[in-house]
Design a protein around this ligand. Structure first.
Ligand SMILES: Cc1cc2nc3c(=O)[nH]c(=O)nc-3n(C[C@H](O)[C@H](O)[C@H](O)COP(=O)(O)O)c2cc1C
Length: 356
């Protein structure tokens, strides 16, 4: 492998990335009330672009005002005021030669009903996660089964949010299909036990995802990006593999590859961990069945791990390392010795302490 691949430019559709490094999406819970992130949280993203990240993802932006919000103080991009707040941030990121992508999120059953303006909890099936909500200490509520009306309504929320992102000038939009949230809940038989056209076979469980991608792609201009994030693990009941077999996971990747996506972002707990009882990691298993560009994330913390991760993927994303170190990209370039941060250290993201 070319020793300089990490810092080589790369063509993603018709956008030129200045390197193969991106800021992973990170929820900051800094937007109570008007759903607009605190200024220091917006500045944080621009700072990462200045330090050299080729791609900057936003936090997971909530896709509606009814049932999508799962944590206090999440952001939205549905009103003119919200769009206006993001516009200068996006421009500043682009002025640094970086690409800005907005991630859209619906929590589904990973819900905290009190924080949702409409107080509703919906999911493919009326099954709550087994574990309690770690932030409240209370059990997750049993969700309402989504009706066909709910399904269409939620899809519309993703479409409206994507329109907001385009109006704010983002280069692209990501559909959050990972971490056990709503879209992932439809994909996984662990949480989807429907008997209609949205449950059962892999094709049926994929139908909700397909409809969202199709509807959203119609509002994304041809020269913009549409990416999809997937994982085999969720934030609740973390020990559970959300897809039963390599074959099942690969079937979903093949279905994604037939839809109008520009990249698949694979979120892992540890990028090199072997998956589904095979000798392969998640990126390699994904690569086997798709020609789409692959982004990989999970414990990539220094130059060696970043270059190693690129053996099976095209772009590396960092969350904790880049969260806690504003100079991370430059430090990686210089090959500095860098720490592997613990999850608890990232809790600072949710405080009102401004991060550099
Ligand atoms: C503070 C924080 C917030 C996060 N919020 C999101 C999010 O909104 N959307 C998402 O897809 N992943 C989110 N993640 C997961 C990260 O994007 C990433 O997949 C995970 O932290 C593993 O990468 P790392 O080992 O580089 O930290 C978050 C992680 C952290 C630390």
């Amino acid at each position: 492998m070319d020793k300089n691949i990490l810092f080589s430019s790369w063509q993603l559709k018709n956008l030129k990335l200045k390197n193969r490094i991106g800021v992973a999406p990170m929820t900051r819970m800094s937007s109570p009330g008007d759903s607009i992130p605190r200024q220091d949280v917006l500045d944080f993203l621009v700072r990462r672009a200045k330090n050299g990240a080729g791609i900057v993802y936003t936090e997971g932006i909530v896709s509606d005002y009814e049932s999508a919000q799962g944590y206090p103080g999440q952001a939205r991009i549905l009103t003119e005021r919200q769009i206006d707040a993001w516009q200068p941030v996006v421009k500043s990121i682009q002025n640094e030669g970086s690409i800005a992508i907005m991630q859209m999120f619906h929590c589904g059953r990973i819900a905290w009903p009190e924080v949702n303006p409409a107080n509703r909890v919906i999911a493919p099936s009326p099954i709550a996660p087994k574990q309690d909500n770690p932030l409240t200490g209370a059990p997750y509520p049993v969700p309402d089964t989504m009706s066909l009306f709910d399904i269409e309504h939620v899809i519309q929320g993703f479409v409206e949010t994507a329109k907001g992102a385009i109006a704010a000038g983002f280069d692209g939009v990501e559909i959050h299909g990972a971490h056990g949230y709503l879209i992932n809940q439809f994909l996984s038989s662990y949480s989807n036990q429907r008997t209609d056209g949205y449950g059962g076979s892999v094709e049926n469980r994929y139908r909700f995802t397909h409809k969202i991608i199709k509807a959203v792609s119609k509002v994304i201009p041809e020269d913009h990006l549409l990416t999809f994030r997937i994982s085999n693990w969720g934030v609740a009941d973390m020990e559970v593999s959300l897809f039963d077999t390599k074959k099942e996971y690969q079937e979903i990747i093949k279905l994604l590859s037939n839809d109008p996506l520009d990249a698949i972002s694979v979120s892992t707990y540890e990028y090199h961990a072997k998956a589904f009882g095979t000798e392969q990691n998640m990126a390699r298993i994904t690569r086997e069945v798709t020609k789409l560009p692959i982004m990989i994330c999970g414990k990539i913390y220094d130059r060696t791990s970043a270059e190693d991760a690129l053996r099976d993927a095209d772009i590396v994303l960092s969350a904790k390392s880049i969260l806690l170190n504003p100079d991370w990209v430059e430090d990686v370039r210089e090959g500095k010795m860098l720490p592997l941060h613990k999850s608890e250290e990232a809790n600072i993201a949710y405080t009102d302490k401004p991060l550099q």
